[in-house]
Ligand binder design. Structure first.
Ligand code: F6R
Length: 247
């Protein structure tokens, strides 16, 4: 289903509320809530609202386990553009999550170790019971995570090559496209699919045309997000502008 809200502020609060409700439900049962998280501009206000719920309404993240979708490769965790640093700044440093419950693909591995590491990342998700909820944004190539055009629907966590458009879109963060890494480690489409709920968020006119393709277009590896059409657990949460091209 597609839900369209007046603006991204309202939409982000709705998504944060769903996450908070999930965490509370799990807390009552003394179970962990396992969240798949995204970086980038799209989820920032969701994280802001979660921080507010923690600080003002006592929402605790003590029983929350997180797995981030992706990280650039290579990337040092303390580099300005690392997703480790990003997540600390926009969420983790402001809530009571246990450090050992945070998982973000490691951008410092030797290339030879990546395959084993990725398998272990998948296994870890399984060992804690699988993802209860996966948050997604969408790139202008139609990527989810860093699953660029050509990604297989059953792909797992792996090293990928970033699309040129994705690197161009990231160039501002890196002070030029030439500084954007050419690779990344990402959860696969198959990994994302196993989540019990998937929420793909999209804001602004800039995303309208790719969202039209993702939601209404023919399913194809050229637009990896179209594979989400196969899932019964996915919800597209959009603002008016992002939904403006939908029929
Ligand atoms: C981020 C990720 C990407 C972004 C996408 C949109 O972890 O996996 O798929 O969600 O590139 O980025 P923004 O939100 O910056 O437009």
């Amino acid at each position: 289903p597609v839900k369209v809200y007046e603006n991204k502020h309202i939409a982000s609060k709705k998504v944060a509320k769903r996450i908070a409700d999930l965490i509370k439900r799990k807390n009552e049962k003394q179970e962990n809530a396992v969240l798949g998280l995204a970086t980038g501009a799209t989820p920032v206000e969701v994280y802001e609202e979660l921080i507010r719920l923690h600080k003002e309404e006592g929402l605790s993240f003590k029983n929350v386990i997180t797995f981030n979708l992706d990280e650039y490769y290579p990337m040092k965790p303390d580099a300005k553009q690392s997703y480790v640093r990003f997540m600390d700044e926009v969420l983790f440093d402001h809530i009571d999550i246990k450090k050992e419950n945070i998982h973000i693909p490691d951008g410092t591995l030797a290339e030879d170790d990546i395959t084993d590491y990725c398998l272990a990342y998948e296994n870890k998700i399984g060992e804690v019971g699988g993802l209860d909820l996966q948050l997604l944004g969408i790139g202008r190539t139609g990527h989810i995570g860093f699953n660029e055009p050509g990604s297989a629907p059953n792909s797992g966590t792996r090293l990928v090559t970033l699309d040129d458009l994705t690197r161009r879109d990231a160039s501002r963060d890196f002070g030029g496209k030439e500084n954007v890494p050419t690779k990344a480690i990402t959860m696969g489409i198959g990994t994302i699919f196993k989540a019990r709920q998937i929420i793909l968020m999209g804001w602004n006119k800039k995303k309208a045309s790719i969202l039209k393709k993702a939601i209404e277009g023919e399913m194809s590896g050229n637009v990896p997000a179209t594979y989400l059409q196969l899932s019964e657990n996915v919800e597209f949460v959009l603002d008016r502008d992002a939904a403006s091209a939908l029929t």
